[in-house]
Design a protein. Structure first.
Length: 318
């Protein structure tokens, strides 16, 4: 293999993965190009040369140096055909796609359409890639949210108030669940679990009667809106309730050591499996071992198991 390309979405750790791919490939004298602005850039033929020097000093940076976008054009047959055509015209033999479900679905489509080897690297703060223990970016997102939560806890305790904190996760409660456990939160509302607001409000009133003066409730954005939950709490308890929506800070920030190490390992492994002739697969760390997963499997919906963790959260906050 003489020439490969990299395409990315954005989250903390992606730049570390780019660095690993480029420097591993350079060690094998493989030419590397980066695709600017995601799948739109692939359709428009926006490629830049990458080498050891161009990825120097990026391991600690959030986001992606290649920029990215959500491409509606790539969802069409004509868009995908143009992408494949550009890959062939630029004599690209292998493509590494770093991203979540949408990006990896696109990678699977390219692998089945074109005569180009395609390997995916899981990178998503939702950590919802099937058969993947931990995706790049998830650890940083949890730590960013936890840092904000600790500060909110200081205020909640001082002012004796209830705070509802909304975190990212349209279909996955991974961040919400991890933050709730690590932050010692009293309640968490998850897409994967039915919630009883009346029971929660009853617990708040009972706790208040026993002298508990502050509460932190985490809600995943896909479960409900924090402002709606806060209004219900105030209506049912009479207690003043504040809202914080953390938003996109969870996608950025300097990657944690966990994400930098994982990204470095997966970037290196992606190049190795490309050289071995494998395609239409996703590289992953599972049970502390580097493994490959068919992209057709990786892109299937993954349900986060929440029952045991939720039980522990409630036990530890009684």
């Amino acid at each position: 293999m003489k020439k490969i390309a990299i395409i990315t979405r954005d989250c903390a750790g992606v730049n570390a993965a780019i660095r690993s791919v480029v420097r591993t490939a350079c060690g094998y004298k493989i030419e590397v190009v980066g695709v600017l602005k995601g799948y739109d850039g692939l359709i428009d033929g926006k490629f830049i040369q990458l080498n050891r020097g161009s990825v120097s000093g990026i391991i600690n940076l959030g986001g992606t140096i290649l920029k990215t976008s959500r491409s509606k054009r790539f969802l069409t047959d004509s868009g995908q055909k143009q992408a494949v055509k550009n890959l062939h015209e630029y004599r690209i033999e292998g493509l590494i796609v770093i991203g979540g479900n949408g990006s990896l679905s696109g990678a699977h489509n390219l692998a089945t359409q074109g005569k180009i080897a395609v390997v995916g690297i899981p990178a998503t703060i939702d950590n919802d890639i099937t058969d993947v223990d931990l995706a790049i970016g998830a650890d940083t997102a949890v730590n960013v949210a936890l840092d904000a939560l600790d500060k909110i806890r200081d205020t909640a305790t001082s002012l004796e108030r209830i705070f509802v904190v909304e975190v990212m996760g349209r279909e996955s409660g991974y961040i919400a669940m991890q933050v709730a456990l690590a932050g010692g939160c009293e309640e968490v509302l998850l897409p994967e679990k039915e919630s009883d607001i009346e029971v929660m409000c009853k617990e708040i009133k009972q706790g208040n009667a026993k002298g508990k003066s502050s509460w932190i409730i985490i809600v995943a954005e896909g479960k409900a809106k924090a402002h709606d939950i806060a209004r219900l709490i105030t209506r049912n308890t009479g207690f003043e309730t504040r809202v914080t929506v953390l938003g996109h800070i969870q996608r950025g920030g300097h990657p944690t050591a966990v994400d930098r190490i994982l990204a470095s390992q997966l970037g290196n492994y992606a190049v190795e499996v490309l050289r071995d002739g494998q395609t239409d697969i996703c590289v992953s760390m599972k049970n502390d071992k580097l493994v490959t997963i068919p992209l057709s499997v990786a892109i299937q919906p993954k349900k986060i198991k929440v029952a045991e963790t939720y039980k522990l959260i409630k036990l530890l906050t009684k």
